[in-house]
Design a binder for this molecule. Structure first.
Ligand code: FPP
Length: 227
């Protein structure tokens, strides 16, 4: 019998653009609908008995290649989302953390991110991690550079400690929209994760499907290299 425990859930939220196109809408409408889904999924995770952390890929280091109007829209949507979420974070006891290299973001957005991290730092029902200007290779390179600068030895443990997401291996990764790629996401932390790919586009993803996937995750046998 399997007894997998889901503590850390990671999500690649893909398919906003295709969803909008299917509805005859502008891609930005897909991102707006996607932000609503983040809200529902996070609230569900906060009530789940074992989930401690949910890490969502909101903006990758490659997303800057998108048209300027779409990048600008995503930045504004993020600011709007964070502003409206603060109340929920406090009511539902959710801690907010951003990972990735946010130095490329505007000062206003960085200040907003820091302020929400500070205000929610003692919340304990769930940690919601947003990966922002995040790349898995970039995270590892930044960690190794910090270790070298500190004159420490480069080991699995020292790298693990210097990552943006210390101490947190991923138990389950879900990617929506039918793509079967990891796309430079949490490369170090995904080493032994269970991977799930669903054809559902992110704006159509919901709690019911998440529950089905979690049920399957619980049944899977995780051997972590053993037998
Ligand atoms: C992928 O859809 C989605 C992203 C660029 C990242 C996820 C972003 C959101 C859910 C928007 C809201 C985020 C926050 C934090 C407010 P896509 O555009 O790649 O879809 P496509 O592959 O169908 O074009």
């Amino acid at each position: 019998m399997s007894n997998n425990t889901l503590k850390h859930l990671a999500l690649i939220m893909d398919g906003n653009g295709r969803w909008a196109k299917q509805q005859g809408l502008n891609r930005t409408k897909g991102h707006e609908a996607g932000a609503e889904v983040i809200r529902h999924i996070t609230t569900y995770c906060a009530t789940h008995p074992t989930i401690e952390t949910v890490t969502l890929y909101a903006f990758s280091t490659e997303n800057w290649k998108r048209p300027k109007y779409e990048v600008d829209f995503l930045m504004k949507l993020l600011a709007r989302y964070l502003q409206s979420e603060l109340k929920t974070y406090q009511e539902e006891n959710i801690r907010f953390i951003a990972i990735g290299d946010t130095s490329k973001f505007s000062k206003t957005l960085r200040d907003q991110i820091n302020s929400i991290e500070e205000k929610t730092k003692n919340n304990s029902s769930l940690t919601q991690v947003l990966a922002l200007n995040y790349g898995g290779r970039d995270e590892i390179v930044r960690a190794v550079n910090t270790i070298i600068k500190n004159g420490q030895e480069v080991t699995e443990s020292s790298i693990g400690m210097e990552l943006d997401t210390p101490y947190q291996d991923i138990d389950l990764l879900i990617r929506t929209s039918g793509e079967r790629r990891v796309s430079n996401y949490l490369l170090w932390q995904l080493s032994y994760s269970e991977l799930f790919f669903t054809k559902t586009l992110w704006p159509d993803f919901g709690t019911a499907e998440l529950i089905t996937i979690i049920d399957e995750f619980i049944q899977r046998t995780r051997r972590f290299g053993g037998i």
